[in-house]
Design a protein around this ligand. Structure first.
Ligand code: ATP
Ligand code: MG
Length: 328
């Protein structure tokens, strides 16, 4: 299968002023060449196939938005090559924009002072969207995102969640092949997040739209992405299916056991490791590679009197934190 996005050894450096403070500092800065280089993205490569839903994650400043900006043609890489739908985005930004949709959660792409309806009409003419496609898509966005609730309201007056729904609708109005989402659920409440997740899932499934999602919310990733790319200080440190992440890094499972009485230790079951205690309760870790939960539970119940037991599945957020953590 040929890829729809190719990134080959892309590096992006920013030159920033060393920034001396004070009056004299700002005067000096005008004339001196006292720069520091920030490597926002450092020799990254990956390929994405049509229809994939990829989570692109990393801590603040890892280089996520920089990558998205290169792929959408906003930024020129310092070195390396990117191709999106057969187009080099930073060389043919306009051509590229016809086939992609972009949402930056931090900033609306819509016209701040225009009512929502007029923003959509403008996009229709900018992208030369045929009337029937426009109607079809508007009906869908009205149905799922309820954008008609605030058609006559200027964008600047919308709540964050309303604005995000409009931005999403706007990004998809021209049926793009690829959708870039940079923190589309930032600041949204649980219900709004859930609606947006459902919508994105449908778009990916029904239209085979390729989606690259940047987020700090690991529940977004877990709900939506089959593949996860983790970036750390400009470098890719993990690029695998989400299931691999859970299997390889979620190596330990946790049992929460409430006993009938207090036990000093559980040394009759050497396979386990108690890492937290509270009265008669103990939190236990064991390797899921070596043991099944059933075998561990039966060993515990053979040797101790238990009242209640529950198993915790490894959670993506903890695993990703472990991966970041392992790097230092
Ligand atoms: N225009 C710029 N000029 C100078 N430095 C920049 C510029 N844009 C980004 N950087 C720097 O590049 C690095 C990567 O920034 P980027 O915005 O890509 O991170 P991010 O992964 O999107 O982070 P966040 O999760 O906070 O959005 C940071 O150190 C940032 O300060
Ligand atoms: Mg960012």
């Amino acid at each position: 299968m040929s890829s729809i996005i190719t990134v080959k050894n892309i590096t992006k450096e920013f030159r920033v002023n060393k920034g001396r403070s004070g009056f004299l500092g700002s005067v000096t800065n005008l004339f001196s060449r006292d720069y520091r280089t920030v490597q926002a993205v450092n020799d990254i490569s990956f390929e994405i196939n049509r229809g994939e839903f990829v989570g692109y994650v990393g801590e603040n400043g890892a280089g996520k938005s920089t990558t998205i900006k290169i792929l959408t043609g906003i930024l020129l890489p310092t070195s390396g090559m990117a191709e999106v739908n057969g187009i080099i985005p930073y060389k043919n930004r306009v051509e590229n924009s016809k086939r992609i949709g972009v949402v930056f959660g931090q900033r609306s792409q819509l016209w701040w002072d225009l009512p929502v309806r007029e923003s959509f009409d403008l996009l229709k003419s900018i992208y030369h969207i045929p009337q029937d496609l426009f109607r079809h898509n508007m009906d869908l966005f009205i149905d799922i995102l309820k954008v008609d609730d605030f058609f006559d309201v200027p964008v600047r007056k919308l709540s964050l969640g309303q604005r995000m729904r409009c931005d999403l609708a706007a990004s998809l109005l021209h049926d793009p092949d690829i959708l870039f989402l940079d923190e589309p659920t930032i600041g949204l409440d649980v219900i709004a997040k859930d609606k947006i997740r459902k919508f994105l899932k449908e778009i990916n499934r029904d239209r085979n739209t390729t989606i690259i999602l940047t987020t700090h919310d690991m529940d977004d990733i877990e709900a939506l992405c089959k593949r996860i790319i983790i970036l750390d200080q400009g470098k890719i440190v993990f690029d695998n299916p989400l299931s691999t992440l859970k299997k390889e890094y979620g190596g330990e499972r946790v049992l929460e056991v409430e006993f009938n009485e207090f036990y000093e230790s559980l040394d009759k079951v050497p396979e386990i490791n108690v890492f937290k205690e509270e009265e008669n309760k103990k939190w236990i870790k064991f390797s899921r590679e070596k043991y099944t939960a059933a075998s561990i539970i039966s060993k515990i119940t053979e040797n101790y009197e238990i009242k209640d037991i529950s198993i915790h599945e490894p959670n993506v957020e903890d695993i990703v934190k472990t991966i970041y953590g392992n790097l230092y």
